[in-house]
Each structure stands twice: as structure tokens, then as C-alpha cells.
Design a binder for this molecule. Structure first.
Ligand SMILES: NC(=O)c1ccc[n+]([C@@H]2O[C@H](COP(=O)([O-])OP(=O)(O)OC[C@H]3O[C@@H](n4cnc5c(N)ncnc54)[C@H](OP(=O)(O)O)[C@@H]3O)[C@@H](O)[C@H]2O)c1
Length: 285
């Protein structure tokens, strides 16, 4: 089975390369060969390689910058996935695509299910939601995985930022009133591989939208404390602050725990706790 993956050097793309390359015939493409700012161009890649599965791990992920580049975010996160979904449909390939907890406004007090009302508060979330809708309209044979607070040993992310700050000798101020589920890109990649195994067994009843995060929730403050504990930086003082004290161009949802029970029901898959995942990531650094 041939798998074409968009986005090789991102957090998720790198993890997918680790878990898929030894098991499947894979081709990873990234910029400049892949240019999602030209949505029509993605069709050629699918037509040339003729994969059974296409994984789109590429995206515009700069949440704050998106507020000043709404058109670019929309092209990369919505128009390009739409074009890709049409190309997959035409070629008979299944599309695996990723979305975000930021499609929710964060006002819930219980974990969001896949059918919960969406209401993104910023341009990034709006562009990713438009991508979900466009993919689902263009093909029936898709799997969209909504994930959250992604981190890994590569790329830019909260975990690596905290570890850099640890050496400053200064107290670190971290937002304590936003709650979500930190998710290790390696675990998301492994779940993707397990889903591919199911798709490979010709099951046709599992297409659709799924929530996929490491289990459990915490705040950014709680996550920072755990990072410093695991990295043996207990000396670092982590001061809790409010969202108001840390204004950002894109408003952040306060609560985005995702209910992942559909993933367990349909695929029999569950993810480890966020603490377990974080420990593995920090060990790998
Ligand atoms: N990061 C998070 O906290 C988070 C949370 C929830 C959901 N997600 C979703 O999870 C998925 C993976 O995210 P990630 O954190 O792995 O992203 P990432 O590390 O930012 O990687 C994104 C990838 O997309 C590529 N890309 C960006 N613009 C492109 C363009 N115009 N043409 C071609 N490729 C382009 C990047 O290439 P360059 O590096 O060369 O630009 C990079 O390889 C995305 O769908 C994202 O929306 C992420």
C-alpha cells in the first residue's frame, strides 16, 4: 500500500516518518516541492504517486499570525485540503486530515464530543473548521482527527519553550485558566498508523471525524510545572497568571478537553495519559 504524506518536517510529519516508513511504501513531501498556497497544485502530487492513502500533516499553524494573514491561513488550511480531498476522491484514495480543538469557543464545562457545536474564536480555528467542512463535502472517504496542544521533540512548541526558559533563572509566568489536553505528536502518529491498519483491512464503516488527544487535562501552568519536574528543574518558580494578564492577538478558548470515546468505540484505540506522554518526550530530548 502506498501512502503519500504532506508535511515531512513539522512536528506531526516527523513523527509520522518515524512510525510509517519501515512498514509502508511512503513518500513525504514538503516545501518547496509542496506548495499549499497553490491549492490546485496538490492534485498533481496525488495523480503522479497514485497512493491508497494521503495524509495531510501540513498546515498553517501560526495561531496569532493568522489574525493578520486570514487569507493565507484560509488558503492553506481550507482551500488546499478541499482540493486535496477532491483529488483523493478522483484517485480512489482515502484522505487522513488533522484539525484542532480551537474550532470550539471553550465555554463548555464537559469534554467536547465530535457533534458539539463549533464556534472558533480566532482566524486559525475558523480556517481549520472551514477545512473540515470542505474535506467532508468533497469526499466521503476521509478521516479527520481533531487534536490539541501538540508538542514533540522537533519544531517549536510549549514544551521546548519552557525548557529554554528554565535556564534563565527567572520566575516563569504561565496562564493557569486555559485547560486542555497536551498531546504528544508521536502518540498521534501511532494512532494514525493504527487507523491505517484498520483502513487497510478494507473496513469502509469508519470514515468521519474523530477527537484524538492524550488522556486527561491540565492548564498551561500545570503543564509547565510537570515539564520542570520531569526535566529536574524543580528550582524554577512557575507563577500562575490569568489569560487577561497574557493578552494574545488571537483569543484562546478557556476549556477544550475533547471527548475521545468515539475513537475507542470505532477503532478500539485509546491514548496514554498526557503525563506519561510528556515523560517520554522529555526522555527523548
Ligand atoms: N501544533 C498544535 O498545537 C496543534 C494543535 C491542534 C491541531 N494541530 C493540527 O495538527 C496538524 C499538524 O500540526 P503540527 O504542529 O505538526 O504543524 P507544524 O509543526 O507547524 O508543521 C506544519 C507543516 O506544514 C508545512 N507547511 C506550512 N505551510 C505550507 C505551505 N504553504 N505549503 C506546504 N507546506 C506547508 C510546514 O512546512 P515548513 O515548516 O516548511 O513551513 C510543516 O512541515 C495540523 O493540521 C495542525 O493544524 C496542531
Amino acid at each position: 500500500m502506498k501512502i503519500l504524506v504532506f508535511g515531512r518536517i513539522g512536528q506531526l510529519g516527523s513523527a509520522l516518518a518515524e512510525v510509517l516508513s519501515d512498514r509502508y511504501e511512503t513518500r513525504f513531501i514538503d516545501q518547496p516541492e509542496l506548495d499549499l498556497t497553490v491549492p490546485e497544485s496538490v492534485r498533481d502530487h496525488v495523480q503522479t504517486y497514485l497512493p491508497s492513502i494521503v495524509i495531510n500533516a501540513a498546515a498553517y499553524t501560526a495561531v496569532d499570525r493568522a489574525e493578520t494573514e486570514p487569507e493565507l491561513a484560509h488558503i492553506i488550511n481550507a482551500r488546499a485540503p478541499e482540493s486535496l480531498a477532491y483529488a483523493c476522491d478522483e484517485a480512489g484514495a482515502v484522505l487522513i486530515h488533522y484539525s484542532t480543538d480551537y474550532v470550539f469557543d471553550g465555554t463548555a464545562s464537559m469534554p467536547y464530543t465530535e457533534t458539539a457545536a463549533v464556534a472558533p474564536t480566532g482566524v486559525y480555528g475558523q480556517s481549520k473548521l472551514a477545512g473540515e467542512i470542505a474535506v467532508a463535502s468533497a469526499t466521503q472517504r476521509y478521516v479527520i482527527l481533531r487534536t490539541a496542544w501538540l508538542y514533540s521533540a522537533v519544531g517549536h512548541n510549549f514544551v521546548k519553550t519552557m525548557l529554554k526558559l528554565a535556564d534563565s533563572g527567572q520566575p516563569v509566568r504561565v496562564v493557569a485558566d486555559q485547560v486542555g489536553s497536551p498531546t504528544y505528536a508521536q502518540d498521534l502518529a501511532r494512532v494514525t498508523r493504527s487507523i491505517i491498519e484498520v483502513l487497510n483491512s478494507s473496513r469502509e464503516d469508519c470514515f468521519g471525524l474523530y477527537h484524538v488527544t492524550n488522556s486527561g487535562t491540565t492548564s498551561w501552568h500545570g503543564l509547565a510545572q510537570e515539564i520542570f519536574r520531569l526535566a529536574a528543574h524543580q528550582d524554577v518558580v512557575v507563577q500562575p497568571i490569568s489569560t487577561e494578564e497574557y493578552p494574545t492577538p488571537a483569543p484562546r478558548p478557556a476549556y477544550t478537553a475533547l471527548d475521545c470515546s468515539k475513537l475507542e468505540r470505532v477503532f478500539g484505540l485509546t491514548l496514554p495519559s498526557w503525563r506519561d506522554a510528556l515523560a517520554r518526550c522529555i526522555d527523548s530530548l
